[in-house]
Design a protein around this ligand. Structure first.
Ligand code: KG4
Ligand code: ZN
Length: 391
């Protein structure tokens, strides 16, 4: 079964064509085309995503990306030439679109575009929860790419999943611990009480004068500090200051990052502002911040694994690209929960993309879970759609 998926929940415009099939032990996804455009550079001057700009860019880019995708798909199926180059529409069995959570003006652009395609091509339209997309795509294991023959762009298998699954979903808009006891059943164990962790990375990066998106920048600086043995608490500026580890000891899987953000702001102010810091000081600061966030997640993940007796742990979302967090979480789980299987997403799909949207939709379709097929015009943008609402 072939799905054309559209993702516009934040500042990436994505369209992907993915074929899914059942295998003996699960599902297999073959990516036939993937067009993705990041608006990050445009939002950089605002220090974060500017919804009106995101909406305008999605509107402008969706038709361009659909053309690009048709082009990729044509390259890989040389038999489809001439007028048949429009076959992308004809060849799909269904269309999927992110309906939430996300920025509503941005979500609407994808939904309206998908509704038009569904009507023109007379195909069913499926609304996908963005967080379910992060979760399902992160559980799927990338297979060897067959780039030489260009038969497909990528392949992922979603097989032998052992429930319960504990998911840690960390992105620019969300911070969630979720328990899944079976396909499409989600229980939220904890979430952020204020800022999402990715947002905190972005804000602290901005305080340090680093460009948006700040997560990869902080990670790069922090790693350089580790390599050089620079630590903030030893006080490069002779400041015996340590950033807090918010809610680390709280008996809950909830998190809170706004206090950490404020503590970072005050610490920088006390040191005379980021502009007065040397590169080494900045790197040590980034390391202290990344250590704080990582320690909080290690502690909460330990708690969640104990509480849920999960057999599988998966991390997903943009922040799941963070190398230090991945490494530290893996070490803790291997040492303390050796029976838990760890699934880490391929770095190519941690950030927003439409492959994840297609995979979530295909998982529902292929397992016969058609409950969410609604008339196309009933799909609406739902900015704060919860994963717990998934049917
Ligand atoms: O999932 P995503 O692409 O978009 C949302 O749904 O929000 O996540 C984007 C977030 C941004 O805050 C970005 O700074 C963060 O993911 N991010 C990282 C890293 N790469 C991206 N945060 C920490 N370390 C990284 N390596
Ligand atoms: Zn996301």
């Amino acid at each position: 079964m072939r799905v054309l998926a559209i993702e516009t929940s934040c500042d990436e415009t994505g369209i992907a064509l993915v074929e899914g099939r059942k295998t003996e032990s699960g599902l297999e996804f073959v990516v036939l085309g993937n067009a993705l455009l990041s608006q990050a550079a445009l939002h950089a001057e605002y220090g974060g995503v500017y919804p009106t700009l995101a909406k305008r860019e999605h509107q402008k880019n969706l038709p361009i990306l659909l053309d690009q995708l048709a082009e990729q798909f044509r390259t890989e199926t040389p038999q489809a030439k001439g007028p048949e180059k429009q076959t992308v529409g004809i060849e799909v069995d269904a269309i999927a679109v992110t309906e939430g959570p996300g920025l509503e003006p941005a979500l609407w652009t994808g939904i309206t575009f998908a509704q038009t395609l569904a009507a023109d091509w007379n195909k069913p339209l499926f609304g996908v929860n963005h967080m379910e997309g992060h979760l399902i795509s992160s559980l799927a294991i990338p297979q060897k790419k067959n780039t030489e023959k260009l038969e497909y762009i990528g392949m992922f298998t979603l097989e032998n999943i052992n429930f319960p699954v504990l998911g840690l979903l960390v992105s620019g808009g969300h911070t969630l611990f979720v328990q899944s006891d079976d396909w499409f059943k989600y229980k939220i164990l904890g979430e952020t009480l204020d800022d999402a962790v990715g947002e905190c990375f972005d804000k602290v990066a901005r305080m340090l004068g680093l460009p948006y998106p700040g997560g990869p920048q902080i990670s790069r600086l922090a790693e350089s500090a580790r390599l050089k043995g620079l630590a903030f608490e030893t006080g490069l500026k002779a400041t015996p200051f340590k950033l807090p580890r918010p809610m680390i000891a709280a008996a809950t899987c909830d998190t809170s990052f706004s206090g950490l953000k404020t503590a970072a702001l005050y610490a920088l102010r006390d040191m005379g502002g980021a502009e007065n810091l040397s590169d080494d000081d900045k790197a040590a600061f980034a390391r202290e911040f990344e250590d704080s966030v990582t320690e909080v997640f290690v502690s909460k993940t330990r708690r969640a694994l104990r509480d849920t007796h999960a057999k599988t742990f998966v991390i997903g979302g943009g922040v799941a690209a963070n190398a230090h967090m991945r490494k530290t979480l893996v070490s803790m789980i291997r040492a303390e929960f050796s029976e838990v299987e760890i699934r880490l997403p391929d770095l190519s799909i941690t950030g927003d993309n439409a492959i994840m949207t297609a995979e979530a939709a295909l998982a529902h379709f292929l397992t016969g879970n058609w409950q969410r097929i609604a008339p196309p015009d009933e799909i609406k943008a739902q900015g704060s759609l919860s994963l717990a609402a998934t049917k």
